[in-house]
Design a protein around this ligand. Structure first.
Ligand code: PLP
Length: 362
């Protein structure tokens, strides 16, 4: 018996989010391929802007991220009034769910979708509902079949983490067309800048046209600012108004705003990151496939590798770990046979391949 304060229903059903490991005791130079962070690190211009912000640490930041939203608007051709910035896109994902769903409501996501969707649904007292995928890819018909009168939000990470797969612009349009106007479709395009497919759209077109579509973006991946916590959404003016009522007034710190602007303006840095990924993801995929391993058709800055039995995943993970290489187990996503590996530097890619090779013959 516990007479103390108890949290609202749902909260204790949450399994806390476990991030990728960052350290191995006793290993000085760890190869970190567990969190889909940038292989090349931040833009020198972003670092300079971050450092310059230090002189003003005694000031509150601009609570409206005005300059950052203006820069985002110019960069992507969007109306800044329809952009809301947050401390990482995860803050905005949480706020959207809290504003639009509560007890008795359902939040729909796909079976191997990003875990922050069900976690935030439970935190709001809502019920997360997982639709099955086909071939580790979002299945639009399966999603639509699970929409009920209680569904308030539908989340799609496109491309998805941890599967790395994506759905096309026309599939996303078909999903949207099948949803009632009262249901919000959130397209989480955290990895959009890495995708090199003609039939891919990060969600700009839909979010532009439809009141019930939100596109979420982040500075944590290709812009290499994960530590600063900076994300944004593009949405209808009414949704922006709702978010602006509930978000903390100074949710984005000044250093993050300044570094974000500089990172956006350093187009060459982003191009380098994309080109690096275009070389080393296919390289790692070819090499791992050559070892007889199965991979998903990933289009972001990571691969998802299948080992035939769960204990092989444990074995591979531990073998790599012992060599100072951190990868990500994804059993929490319903994928106990898989290991997710982020694309790192050339040296890191050669090291991880050679370790996997050695594991396979061990
Ligand atoms: C990494 C990631 C994000 C970004 O989260 P931040 O809070 O902006 O760092 C969002 N969605 C998915 C699917 C991701 O993998």
């Amino acid at each position: 018996m516990n007479d103390g304060p108890s949290p609202r229903p749902g909260i204790l059903d949450i399994s806390p989010y476990v991030g990728g490991e960052a350290k191995i005791p006793g290993v000085a130079r760890v190869i970190r391929l567990a969190s889909n962070e940038s292989a090349l690190g931040p833009s020198p211009r972003a670092l300079a802007a971050y450092a310059a912000a230090a002189a003003e640490l005694h000031r509150y930041p601009d609570g409206n991220s005005t300059d950052l939203r203006a820069t985002l608007g110019r960069h992507y051709g969007l109306d800044p009034a329809r952009i809301v910035c947050g401390a990482g896109s995860d803050e905005l994902i949480g706020l959207l769910i809290r504003c639009y769903a509560g007890p008795g409501d359902e939040v729909l996501y796909s079976r191997h979708g990003f875990l922050l969707y069900p976690i935030n649904a439970l935190a709001a007292g809502a019920t997360p509902v997982a639709a099955p995928e086909t071939g580790l890819t979002v299945d639009v018909d399966a999603m639509l079949a699970r929409v009920t009168k209680r569904t308030k939000l539908v989340f799609i990470a496109n491309p998805n983490n941890p599967t790395g797969t994506y759905i096309s612009r026309t599939e996303m349009q078909r999903l949207h067309a099948g949803l009632p106007p009262s249901v919000m479709l959130v397209i989480d395009a955290a990895y959009a800048e890495f995708v090199q497919r003609n039939d891919f759209d990060p969600g700009v077109e839909l979010a532009d046209a439809a009141e019930n579509v939100v596109m979420a973006r982040t500075f944590s991946k290709i812009f290499a600012l994960a530590s600063l916590r900076l994300g944004w959404v593009y949405c209808s003016p009414r949704v922006a108004d709702v978010l602006n009522r509930v978000r903390p007034p100074f949710n984005v710190n000044a250093a993050a705003q300044a570094a974000g602007i500089a990172a956006l303006e350093d187009v060459a840095s982003v191009d380098r990151a994309r080109e690096h990924n275009n070389i080393w993801r296919p390289w790692l995929e070819r090499e791992l496939a050559g070892l007889g391993l199965e991979l998903t058709r990933a289009v972001a800055n990571f691969v998802l590798v299948r080992f035939r039995r769960p204990h092989d995943v444990e074995g591979a993970f531990s073998f790599l770990h012992a060599r100072g290489i951190l990868t990500r187990k994804v059993a929490a996503y319903g994928l106990p046979e898989y290991l997710r590996i982020t694309i790192g530097t050339e040296e890191e890619m050669r090291a991880v391949l050679s370790a996997v090779k050695d594991y396979m013959v061990s």
